[in-house]
Structure formats: C-alpha cells, structure tokens
Design a protein around this ligand. Structure first.
Ligand code: GLC
Length: 474
C-alpha cells in the first residue's frame, strides 16, 4: 500500500478558473477536499488538469513543457502550463484543437470531439512530461472519459503497471459525439466491448466500459440509471456493471456558501439568529421592484433554463395558482424558448413575478437569503446543488423526488418532495407548503432543520478516498 496516492483529476471545468454549471463547482472543490484528508499515514497528492479554454484568464501560469503526440503519420503539439490553487498543482493543456473552440462547450459537435479527444489523451501524456505518475485517474463526464479508455488501451499495449480508474457521472444523457475516426487517427483501435453498438463509438460509454469504478453523484441517481427511464439506453450495460457502480453525494463549498459570512447578502444570519433573515427578503423585494410585504410567500427559481430542470413545470404551476397570493423571482439563462416563456409569465403578472435571464452569482445569493421557497421540479437531477444552498440559507426547497433531490431533501422535515413530473403535482406540493408557511413556528422549524444539515465536502471526499483505496488494493 503506497504512502502517497497520486490522483490525476480531470474535468472540463473547475472553479475558480472556469465554471459553466455544477460540474465546475464539484471539480473546484472535491480535489482540494481530498488533499485535505492527508494525514500522518497517507498523503493524497491530487492534481487537477483542465483544458486551457481560450476564455480562461489565469495569472501566473508557468510553462511546464511542450511535447507532441503522434497522429495519423504526423504529430500534434501539446503545450502544458502549471499553476497552483491553494497549494494544489493545476495543469492546463493547450493545443490547436483547444484554441479552435472559443467557449467551454461548443454547439459544433465536431469541434468538441476534436477538443476533448485531444485533451483527454494529452492530459495522460502529461504525467510522463512532469515525471509524476498517477495511481488513480479520476475522470468526470464524457469530456474526460477517453482518458480512461486511453489509459486502459496503453496498459495493454505497453504492459504498463495498473492505474486505477474512476469515472464520475454528472449527467448520463451527454455521451459525446462519435469519435471512432479520431481515435483511429490517434492510433487507438475501437475495442470489442459489451456496450450496445451505437454506444461503442462515443466517449462516455467507452469511459464507463474502461473504468474500474463508476460513481453517480448521488445514491439515488446511481440506482436510477439502472432503469429504462433514466438509463439512456445504457441501463442494461450498467446493470452488468452494478458491482462497480456506486453513488456518492456531492458536497457544497460551505465556506463560500455561508449565510453568516456571505458578503453578497445584505444582512448576515445563522441558525441561532434566524430572525435577522427577514431583512433580506425586504431588500430582495426592493431590489426586484416587488411590493415589500413580509407575509406574502416569495418563491424562487434559480436554474439553467433547461427541460431537465423542469422549469416549464414551475411556470405552468405558477400560472395555475394565479388566484393565490404569492410573489416569484426567476433567475437563469439557457434555452431561448424557456427564457421566452419566463418573460411571458412576467408580462402576465408584472406585479408579482420578476425574471432575470442572466447569470448573476451575487443576485443568486440574495435570492437564496431572501426568498421563502425554492422550486426545483427537475425531470432528472443527478445531484443538484441549489437545493443544498437554499437549505443552508433558510429557503425551503420544494423538489421532485429525483436523484440527489431525493437524497438531500426530507419531506416535511427540511422541505417538500413530490413524485410526478407534472405541474399539478408541484402545485399540490406548493399548497402543502403554503399551509405550513402560514404557521410561523412550524415554518421556522423546517428552515432550521435545513440549515442544520452538514453538506460539507469532507464526508464525500472520504467516500472517494475509500473507493481509491479499495481499487488500489485489488
Ligand atoms: C450536473 C447535474 C447536477 C449535478 C452537477 C454536479 O450539472 O445536472 O445534478 O449537481 O452535475 O455533479
């Protein structure tokens, strides 16, 4: 058993360098939470490797090498840079395929296929350059999945030592484009697999097939993907792998998301000083131009505008409840059709709905701190972070019993949970919540129970460490 475990952690995005969605939160926190578990007996040397997306603005980048990887009789150049994040080495991979694509994810599948294939291969080759070799390669989602395939294929070809591999699944439906030709050009054959034929040319399935362990970002999601409803055609394959599949709930950056110290909110508060929270509702209503009334329930939706998130269900639910007295704030960008639907709703109810179709981290925090109920009727939700932030800020979540929502919100204790992905089920849950809201004491006990929960990363990081240990042992 090594005293030091080297972990190469790969992700398309990571805070604070670049963040598009929840993956960025996870990849920005988990590697450091793992390193923090180091003690006298074991050192966890976790290092993060990211693509050097042109939109990244990082200071103090130190070049750590230029090298080439063979491709189709010629070679492609890789440039690697290094920086540190609170003591953790972070590497950036650059090259033509990465420069060709301005944003993190492109709408052009070809550009993304080239970019992430290049990145996945170069990230592994980097270890030779820096003379640091991983005991575990830990990938996240399809963008990094080919690293695991590459690692496995290389091991066969070169008889190299065993490198354990873990693939964390944040979003199964996104499997990546057909990369069979690209793999071929990099000299990688398509393996004979037990994957369905359509899947064996795509990065995510190939990565799943190659991994020693597959992790879903919540226990419920890890079970859901074994079913036809959530398995995206890979359910039977995943069933065959169920022994290597587990669920580990994401944590939250509880230092950053702390109502006691958050500088983005007007009045700080904590569990013991919950009464101070009311001022934030007042400030939020003022900022949004809503009537400043403390008794009117204020609903919040902070979400990517995506059908996954069920925002359309929330819009219909609000429309259905027009006879009741409430206010709502909706913050988020994404699918133009959903943004439009939100704007339409605001036009219908200008006195009580405010819509902001942009990304605004500061406003989001003020909404968590000031609104009463957080609506999250996701059609599927591998983990979900917003419901955890909401609870931490005393905003009571009303969620669908999907994935991580099911694992983090307890019906009647910390929030409200409903089953069916239908707006009327949401309406019923909201009405239920409104009854409790009318009773101040009962409501506060829900808020307190939510705020008292421990969503820190330490627990999740420990589970990942145990997984690494079990893989290295076998
Ligand atoms: C994806 C999932 C979300 C999860 C996040 C981080 O964005 O949709 O549920 O919380 O990844 O794992």
């Amino acid at each position: 058993m090594p005293k030091t475990i080297n972990v190469l952690f790969l992700a398309a995005e990571a805070e604070p360098f670049i963040k598009v969605g929840g993956l960025g939160d996870v990849a920005g926190s988990l590697p450091r939470a793992l390193r923090a578990l180091s003690n006298d007996e074991i050192t966890l040397d976790v290092r993060l490797v990211l693509p050097y997306h042109p939109v990244i603005k990082a200071d103090n980048l130190k070049p750590v090498g230029m090298f080439s990887i063979p491709r189709g009789g010629s070679e492609v150049q890789v440039e690697a840079f290094e920086t540190t994040l609170k003591g953790m080495p972070v590497y950036f991979i650059n090259g033509d395929a990465i420069r060709a694509n301005g944003s993190v994810y492109s709408l052009d599948a070809k550009l993304d296929a080239e970019k992430y294939s290049f990145y996945s291969i170069a990230a592994l080759e980097l270890s030779r350059q820096i003379n640091w070799f991983p005991d575990v390669v830990h990938g996240n989602d399809w963008h990094t999945a080919l690293s695991l395939y590459y690692s496995l294929t290389k091991r066969w070809e070169e008889g190299a030592r065993h490198v354990a591999s873990v693939l964390t699944l944040h979003n199964l439906p996104f499997m990546g484009p057909d990369v069979s030709e690209i793999l071929n050009s990099y000299g990688l054959k398509l393996a004979q697999t037990d994957l369905p034929d359509w899947a064996r040319v795509m990065p995510l399935p190939l990565g799943l097939w190659s991994s020693d362990a597959i992790v879903g970002v919540s226990p419920t999601y890890a079970k859901e993907i074994l079913t036809e409803e959530y398995g995206c055609g890979l359910n039977e394959f995943l069933q065959l792998r169920h022994e290597t599949l587990s669920g580990i709930l994401n944590g939250l950056d509880t230092d950053s998301f702390n109502p006691e110290t958050d500088t983005a909110i007007g009045v700080n508060f904590a569990l013991e000083t919950l009464e101070k929270r009311a001022a934030n509702k007042n400030l939020l209503q003022a900022r949004l131009g809503l009537p400043q009334e403390s008794e009117i329930p204020l609903f919040a939706i902070i979400s990517r505008m995506d059908v996954q998130k069920g925002v359309d269900l929330a819009f219909s639910a609000l429309n259905t409840m027009k006879r009741l007295n409430w206010q709502a704030v909706i913050l988020g960008t994404g699918d133009p059709k959903l943004e439009e639907a939100a704007m339409k709703l605001q036009k219908l109810f200008p006195e009580r709905i405010k819509v902001e179709t942009r990304y605004d981290a500061g406003l989001a925090r003020q909404i968590y701190a000031g609104s009463d109920m957080f609506l999250m009727p996701s059609r599927y939700e591998p983990c979900g972070l917003s419901q955890m932030i909401a609870m931490r800020y005393g905003c009571v979540p009303i969620v669908r019993a999907a994935g991580g929502l099911n694992d983090t919100v307890r019906h009647g204790v910390t929030g409200f949970v409903f089953e069916k992905a239908h707006h009327l089920s949401l309406v019923a849950a909201v009405k239920n919540a409104l009854k409790v809201f009318a009773n101040r004491e009962q409501w506060q006990s829900l808020q307190r129970a939510g705020m008292a929960q421990d969503f820190s990363w330490e627990n999740s990081a420990r589970q990942y460490l145990n997984l690494y240990l079990s893989l290295i042992k076998s």
